[in-house]
Design a binder for this molecule. Structure first.
Ligand code: SAH
Ligand code: SF4
Ligand code: F3S
Length: 475
């Protein structure tokens, strides 16, 4: 099938016209309206929220963090686990009181949860203070939806589902000028049996390489130092374009752009992490020595039930192939504990895998049934208490590994990007190593946005502490 045509430039221009009309109406009424955008979930949602803010700014809205002051509240939701959904619904429920004090307030719900029919129906019936509901496929027409509600109140629901076409040219308000998100593709084709993402975000669609390269060039021209390429499985980039582009080629072309910057990317599915990818990573000093490579589980029967498409041995082979090319590669991963049918004996293979790889950090999750996914109907063999006990064993084992790896950094010097202000006076700045490890340091705020050689002076399980190295210590 040829790729789906993108949303036309005329359609986006019409949305921008609507933004201008709303901005004029606000100015004519001497209103200085405020918006609050709250984002749950992954970087993909963060990137979508930057577009929502871009539209809002074009409509004349400034931003606030106080829900009570906002004229428009947008909640960009995540559906990946029940806990994330419960938090969203709890917070949306509480907005009844905010809106009672400010009846003109417009409340919008968007993001992955709005791709679930049951959630949309629940909001329709039981969250009547919510004015606008749209899914990720309808994001490009947010201005039109907001205008409808501004002009004649009423509620608007726009949840087409399916595989929304790609929209280029939506304005953005970037959260961070130094480190920017760049979506390279949307959706997922993998249908891991536990995961809701393919249902709510549709099939894989890759952006045209020219559009991505233009966006990266513009970012670099504006002082961006870290380009974070985003997709649910960036390793499938280009498959749907049928024009010879793949992810390693995209990486090579981005790295060929002039400038001193780093490229990061996530997420990589192990089944598609190729030697060509590892070669591209090894070939350019601009690609971070970090790979987030979720393995989910170390047991082959469970991996098969998860529909992951690799065995534990194949995963370890990929890690070895990568380490052969980039010995100092930092690996991080995602793990699910308590998948339906997983026994404690099978779980122990997960412990073996983390001991074999020794990840710098892990994101660990207890399995959460997602209605509509195959695994949601499969029976458990372990009780919640047994799952919790296994989860704790995993966390403890990983904490020990992270601590040991971090302690190994002490005394070494790394080139780091000083990227922001810290939380306390003593460690007033934060920085990241090339491989993405967080370093706290004390220094002049003028260092923010510069690369510095930092010598690591202390380490905990979670973080490193450093100081600017004396000349000649880098390496
Ligand atoms: N596309 C990415 C992951 C996106 S979701 C990838 O495949 O790597 C982020 C993580 O959430 C997953 O890696 C998985 O570990 C976890 N996750 C997804 N669905 C889950 C569920 N139903 N219960 C618990 N964790 C889940
Ligand atoms: Fe979900 Fe699997 Fe797709 Fe990742 S690859 S988004 S875990 S279905
Ligand atoms: Fe959540 Fe959607 Fe991301 S479900 S993890 S916000 S793709």
């Amino acid at each position: 099938m040829p790729p789906k045509p993108p949303i036309s430039a005329e359609n986006i221009a019409r949305q921008l016209d609507i933004c201008a009309q709303i901005a004029e109406e606000n100015a004519a009424a001497h209103r200085a309206p405020l918006a609050f955008v709250d984002t749950y979930g992954c970087q993909q949602n963060e990137a979508d929220s930057e577009r929502i803010r871009g539209y809002l700014r074009a409509m004349g809205y400034a931003f606030t963090d106080a829900e009570k002051d906002a004229d428009v509240i947008v909640i960009n939701t995540c559906a990946v686990r029940a806990h994330a959904e419960d938090r969203v619904l709890g917070n949306v429920g509480a907005l009844v009181h905010t809106k009672a004090k400010k009846p003109s307030q417009i409340i919008c719900l968007c993001g992955c949860m709005m791709g679930e029919d049951v959630v949309v129906e629940k909001v329709r019936a039981s969250y009547r203070h919510v004015d606008i509901v749209f899914d990720t496929h309808a994001l490009w027409r947010f201005p039109e939806l907001l205008q409808r509600v501004l002009h004649r109140r009423g509620r608007v629901f726009d949840t087409p589902g399916g595989d929304g076409a790609i929209a280029e040219g939506i304005p953005l308000v970037r959260q961070n000028a130094l480190k920017s998100w760049v979506s390279v593709m949307y959706g997922c084709n993998n249908f891991c049996s536990y995961c809701i993402v393919p249902y709510v975000r549709g099939r894989e669609r890759s952006r045209a390489p020219e559009d991505i390269l233009d966006e990266v060039k513009a970012l670099l021209a504006n002082g961006c130092k870290e380009v974070n390429l985003l997709g649910q499985n960036v390793n499938s980039y280009g498959k749907d374009l049928q024009n010879g582009w793949n992810f390693p080629r995209l990486l090579r072309e981005i790295c060929a752009l002039p400038g001193d910057f780093l490229v990061r990317f996530m997420t990589s599915h192990p089944k598609d992490a190729s030697e060509e990818l590892f070669d591209a990573m090894a070939a350019s000093p601009k690609i971070a020595h970090h790979l987030h490579l979720p393995f989910q589980c170390g047991n082959d029967r469970v991996l098969k039930a998860m529909n992951r498409g690799y065995t534990a041995a194949q995963y370890l082979e990929k890690v070895a192939a990568l380490r052969a090319r980039i010995p100092d590669i930092v690996l991080t991963s995602d793990v699910i504990v308590g998948f339906p049918g997983e026994t404690t004996e099978e779980f122990e293979d997960t412990l073996k895998l983390i001991e074999a790889v020794r990840f710098d950090a892990l994101f660990t999750f207890i399995y959460s049934p997602r209605p509509g996914t195959p695994a949601a109907t499969w029976p458990d063999v372990l009780s919640p208490e047994e799952k919790q006990a296994n989860f704790q064993r995993l966390v403890d084992a990983q904490n020990q590994i992270s601590k040991e790896i971090h302690e190994g950094y002490v005394g070494k010097t790394f080139r780091c990007l000083v990227d922001g202000k810290g939380q306390d006076k003593r460690n007033n700045l934060t920085a990241r190593t090339n491989s993405g490890r967080l370093v706290h340091l004390t220094g002049d705020e003028a260092l923010i946005g510069t690369y510095q050689d930092l010598t690591i002076t202390a380490a905990t399980t979670w973080a490193l502490f450093g100081e600017v190295a004396k000349a000649g210590e880098a390496g």
